[in-house]
Design a binder for this molecule. Structure first.
Ligand SMILES: Nc1ncnc2c1ncn2[C@@H]1O[C@H](COP(=O)(O)OP(=O)(O)OP(=O)(O)O)[C@@H](O)[C@H]1O
Ligand SMILES: [Mg+2]
Ligand SMILES: [Zn+2]
Length: 245
């Protein structure tokens, strides 16, 4: 099926044309694994053409509220995310964000992926990046040749998607350039009232200011003021017996 038949929005990911998957190109199996839907390849082609990544990483494709690991994650945190998703359209409309912070291996990325998955399912545009990979992607536009996407075009897409999902904010090597990129992006989305979902290991305010920059932290805090989700505890990656997904 030609990509063009998928609708008119520039980089939207519409529902499955075959009615088989959730809209993300993957069909969950009963054993928790996933199979490719026929709509996946056209979706990937379309995502590549749009220049932003809208594809869930393989590990998180099958995430769902009703099975592990989400059923093992701190119930209070899961509840906040569930309520955020219940009001997803309204949250995106108003530019409300979600900020998941805390210890490693407690489910932050898993919960954030639930949000992106649902947003894609409801046909919103989503850009999904870890902070280090986003910076790499931005750098790559510097060498863009004629016909390739420029920095300005890529930046504008990042500002315009309905949901910007940045994983592992603060995990990147901090430089002036990094602080500037992050500020420009967050400030632009702040001004346009566009939603952002962020995960970070940093919980200390001073460290956040140091690593992300106080003006960026200030804006993110306001955008996510109703949905700051702390996740503390042991690293589930080191407790394989707790996982049965
Ligand atoms: N509370 C939990 N109980 C059991 N398994 C979990 C729990 N939280 C996460 N997992 C599993 O542990 C792994 C790590 O989860 P995830 O990537 O969401 O952690 P994270 O909080 O983002 O960690 P990091 O800070 O290192 O990025 C995944 O395989 C996930 O399925
Ligand atoms: Mg993570
Ligand atoms: Zn499909």
């Amino acid at each position: 099926m030609p990509v063009e038949e998928y609708g008119s929005s520039a980089n939207g990911l519409p529902p499955c044309p075959y009615g088989r998957c959730d809209g993300d190109g993957w069909i969950p199996n009963e054993d928790g694994t996933v199979s490719k839907c026929d709509c996946l390849e056209p979706r990937l082609a379309r995502a590549r053409a749009s220049g932003i990544n809208s594809v869930l990483p393989k590990r998180y494709r099958g995430v769902s509220f009703d099975r592990p690991p989400v059923t093992e994650i701190n119930p209070g945190a899961v509840q906040v995310v569930r309520e955020w998703i219940d009001r997803l359209d309204e949250n995106l409309e108003q530019g409300n964000g979600l900020w998941l912070m805390g210890d490693t291996g407690t489910g932050k990325t898993t919960l954030a992926m639930l949000v992106s998955k649902e947003a894609l399912k409801r046909n919103h545009t989503v850009a999904i990046y870890s902070m280090p990979s986003l910076l790499t992607r931005i750098r790559a536009t510097y060498g863009a040749e004629a016909g390739e996407e420029s920095y300005d075009q890529f930046f504008e897409r990042l500002c315009e998607v309905d949901l910007l999902h940045i994983d592992d904010m603060g995990a990147e090597k901090q430089t002036e350039w990094v602080l500037e990129q992050l500020y420009a992006l967050v400030n632009e989305r702040y001004e346009r009232r566009k939603s952002i979902v962020v995960t970070t290991n940093i919980t200390d305010q001073d460290e956040l200011n140091q690593q992300i920059g106080p003006r960026t932290v200030s804006r993110l805090t306001e955008m996510c003021s109703e949905s700051m989700v702390p996740l503390f505890g042991d690293d589930a990656r080191q407790k394989p017996q707790l996982r049965n997904g």
